[in-house]
Design a protein around this ligand. Structure first.
Ligand code: NAI
Ligand code: MG
Length: 480
């Protein structure tokens, strides 16, 4: 068992309180590492280091394209370490190895995408009058805080940290207490570069402690957070107390809307993958299946058959699904399945399972719940497990009402051959992303991602996310 340290101001450090948090492999329940439990004082050090680095001439004098080179160098290191990183992510999160590889590859792409963007974000000039030059520059904000969830740690750190550094900010990452391992490896990559101390800092610790201290710190200039709505509201409020912007990505209850004219095989495949990926522990999981009523029997039967063929096992064994992350999540998922047994109809799965050799892992059968009342918790709230809830509709307008009937609005899938219908629905859906006849478009590094309604504020990924990490300065110059 290895003990890791945090990274503050270019040094590997213990928490001041010298307390640790155990890191578990959810596939078998074993503890395989430990990390420091950071508190307010450690957060203080990290933020101060990032602030000093931000204000240093050394960091300021690094040219935009050289910041790009830093990000390319990280991408190269991730690539060179691809196998090890994928194994670590699979072990730490419990996700099937092939899905962990996809995460590593996405991380490489984020560092490359934002590395390439570092010297391409430009300002404007504005015509005012003769003898007046007015120009607009985008400047970095300063210290950006990155609070990371446990489900896609490497990808989620990469997408926001790369964009923030590309724009010239200095960063403090608070990794997820349950899954800090790939963040730790990424930190080693930053450490191996010749960067000014304090440009990249990584603190480990609990959300209510280190996360809360970071988001409320008066010297941070932006917070990026991915996680639950409740915690997101707390983080946003804390940032607002300091009049600091936040980018919040808060999950969803995303629908797949299936019409009878869809391509049957491809749609079944897409709908199933959308919910079982990472055992349903995905912000953009396709958690609700909306089927055109006349097509229900045919389609649902196919989905059930597919579910019954899914395999479950340890992350490194690379089955279709791995375990649930921790006991809290497991109990949450099981309690909702129990509720479904009482008030709805469980038509596939519905039970915890034991995986041989991994008796202490927390596994749940991929489950389908039919006959769900539209206003029940099952229909409205994130289950965050491999659980699909089924509804039917007649006609486009009911499909739309149903799709828009939750507080969330992150992602929507529309499956139909009727292009007019697909575009019409896309235009009326309250959702940050809409996928027509696909779901996820290969990771979507380049596409803006974020939520309507309570799914969040702001957008990550793609070019637009760069603007999260800049502020605008207008300069007006009078000349004769
Ligand atoms: P959470 O939202 O509490 O935790 C996410 C991250 O925020 C973690 O790094 C945690 O350390 C940190 N955090 C927790 N409390 C904090 C606070 N007061 N201030 C600052 N940071 C804080 O989510 P949790 O408890 O892990 O999962 C609960 C539910 O949240 C899940 O069942 C799921 O519905 C949702 N969730 C959504 C995610 C997404 O991808 N949008 C990711 C993780 C969870
Ligand atoms: Mg873990």
């Amino acid at each position: 068992m290895q003990h890791f340290k945090m990274y503050i101001n270019g040094n590997w450090v213990e928490s001041k309180k010298k307390e640790h948090i155990d890191v578990k492999n959810p596939s078998n329940g074993s503890v395989f590492a430990s990390i420091p439990r950071a508190t307010q004082e450690d957060v203080e050090d990290a933020v101060n280091a990032a602030r000093t680095a931000f204000r240093s001439e050394k960091w300021r004098s690094i040219k935009p394209h050289e910041r790009g080179d830093i990000l390319f160098a990280i991408a190269d290191k991730i690539k060179a370490d691809r196998d090890e990183l994928a194994r670590l992510e699979s072990m730490d999160v419990g996700k099937p190895l092939s899905q962990a590889y996809a995460d590593v590859d996405a991380a490489i792409r984020y560092f490359r995408f934002y590395g390439g963007a570092a010297d391409k974000v430009m300002g404007d000039t504005i015509p005012i009058e003769d003898g007046l030059l007015d120009y607009v520059v985008r400047e970095p904000l300063g210290v950006t805080a990155h609070i990371v969830p446990w489900n896609y740690p490497l990808q989620i750190i990469s997408r926001s940290v790369a964009a923030a550094i590309a724009m010239g900010n200095t960063v403090v990452v608070k990794s997820a207490e349950d899954t800090p391992m790939t963040a730790m490896r990424l930190t080693e990559f930053f450490d191996a570069l010749d960067l000014p101390a304090g440009v990249f800092n990584h603190i480990t610790g609990f959300g209510y402690e280190a996360g809360a201290a970071l988001s409320a710190h008066p010297l941070i200039n932006h917070v990026t957070f991915t996680g639950s709505v409740g915690t997101g509201i707390e983080v946003g409020k804390a940032a607002m107390e300091n009049v600091v912007p936040s980018t919040l990505e808060l999950g969803g209850k995303s629908p797949n809307i299936v019409f009878s004219d869809c391509d049957l095989e491809k749609t079944v495949e897409g709908v199933v993958r959308a919910i079982v990926q990472n055992a349903g522990q995905t912000c953009s999981a396709g958690a609700r299946l909306l089927i055109e009523e006349s097509f229900k029997n045919v389609f649902l039967q196919k989905v059930i058959e597919k579910f019954e063929g899914l395999t479950v096992g340890a992350g490194l064994d690379d089955k279709d699904l791995g375990p649930i992350l921790n006991e809290k999540q497991y109990n949450h998922v099981l309690s909702l399945i129990e509720q479904a047994k009482k008030e709805a109809s469980v038509v596939a799965g519905g039970n915890p399972i034991t995986v041989k050799g991994c008796e202490d892992g927390l596994y749940v059968q991929p489950t389908i719940i039919d006959e769900v009342s539209r206003d029940s918790k099952l229909a409205q709230e994130e289950i965050f497990g491999p659980v699909l809830t089924v509804f039917t509709f007649v006609g486009e307008s009911e499909a739309l009402d149903l799709a828009n009937s939750t507080d969330y609005g992150l992602v929507t899938g529309i499956w139909t051959q009727d292009i007019s219908r697909a575009h019409y629905l896309a235009s009326r859906i309250d959702s940050g992303q809409v996928f027509i006849n696909n779901y996820g478009a290969g990771g979507g590094v380049q596409m803006p991602f974020g939520g309507y309604k309570k799914s969040g504020i702001g957008r990550e990924k793609g070019w637009i996310a760069l603007y999260n990490y800049t502020q605008i300065k207008n300069v007006a110059v009078k000349y004769n």
